[in-house]
Design a protein around this ligand. Structure first.
Ligand code: 5RP
Length: 293
């Protein structure tokens, strides 16, 4: 059609080109942020690799005591030295984690539903910014339900948290939530991650999918990939490897670490992929070597 002549309609993610506005800072999209923001992002993302191993144990905020997280006071001390960041609720931290730990902290600040609800998409901001400051959070995590019934409240929650965090130099992490009946496609994750980044999230957490490279390329801030339900170690390490290869800046893994028979060794194996360019095969060999016998 003549009236479409000259209109560029096909998408091009320029997968062969690195992110262009990195400046001299190692975190994607953060070159123009303030000193305090950069300091906190550096507590999350290793300056050498640019990546992070977050350990998520915030499941209790809507799932209660899931398998593997029955005793936080016993589990967390075993794992602190093996990960870069703890992702937790304030209640779990204050009650069960010694305050002297020297790792990053991603604080879960949204909540509002439980496993008893059919629709989990309606949340509120459950923490004041002052409490995140008191707990020395390196970022605040908000669950976001794009395309779900609770989309509007999700976007309001994330925006409120970003606005408050920007006042005090605390980054925000938008967490792409995937409901039971929602598709896990690149098309959906491109939409959801980009919306969260454009709202001002400094980090986006999402899931791995086919064509993940396009999801990562189109998101102007770092993506950390959620672990999801427990997989055999081989498959979980392959997912971590494919995520990093596809442009993720790390993983935010829970069940694939704490439901492993060897959580510390599994966290170390994931770290080898995330920070030391191990292949999935090398990481599995590393894990197997350390857990045999
Ligand atoms: C929920 C979350 C949780 O932190 C995350 O799902 C837990 O990690 P995993 O799925 O790897 O057990 O953000 O959206």
């Amino acid at each position: 059609m003549a009236d479409l002549d000259g209109i560029k309609v096909e998408k091009n993610y320029h997968l062969d080109k690195p992110f262009a506005t990195g400046g001299n800072f190692h975190v994607k999209g953060a070159a123009n942020l303030d000193w305090g923001m950069k300091k906190r992002l550096t507590n999350i993302f290793n300056p050498k690799s640019g990546n992070t191993v977050m350990f998520a144990f915030d499941h209790g905020y809507f799932m209660g005591s899931v398998s593997g997280l029955e005793r936080l006071d016993l589990l967390i001390p075993q794992l602190i030295d093996h990960v870069d960041v703890l992702m937790s609720t304030r209640g779990a931290l204050r009650s069960s984690v010694k305050p002297g730990f020297r790792k990053g902290l991603a604080l879960r600040v949204s909540s509002g539903s439980s496993m008893l609800n059919d629709d989990l998409s309606h949340e509120v901001v459950a923490m004041d910014i002052e409490d995140a400051i008191r707990m020395d959070a390196d970022c605040m995590a908000v669950q976001c339900f794009i395309g779900a019934d609770g989309q509007l409240s999700s976007i309001e929650n994330l925006s409120r948290v970003i606005n408050a965090g920007n006042r005090y130099g605390i980054p925000s992490m938008g967490v792409v939530a995937v409901g039971k009946n929602m598709e896990r496609t690149a098309q959906y994750f491109k939409l959801a991650t980009r919306i969260l980044a454009e709202l001002g999230a400094h980090i986006v957490k999402t899931y791995y999918c086919d064509d993940f490279e396009e999801v990562a390329a189109a998101c102007p801030v770092p993506i950390v990939v959620a672990g999801g339900k427990k997989l055999p170690e081989k498959e979980a390490l392959e997912m971590a490897y494919n995520s990093i290869k596809g442009g993720a800046a790390g993983v935010d893994m829970g069940r694939n670490i704490f439901q492993s028979y060897h959580p510390a060794e599994m966290a170390d194996a994931v770290g080898k992929i995330v920070h030391e360019k191990f292949s999935a095969k090398e990481a599995l060999e590393y894990y197997t070597e350390r857990t045999k016998g």
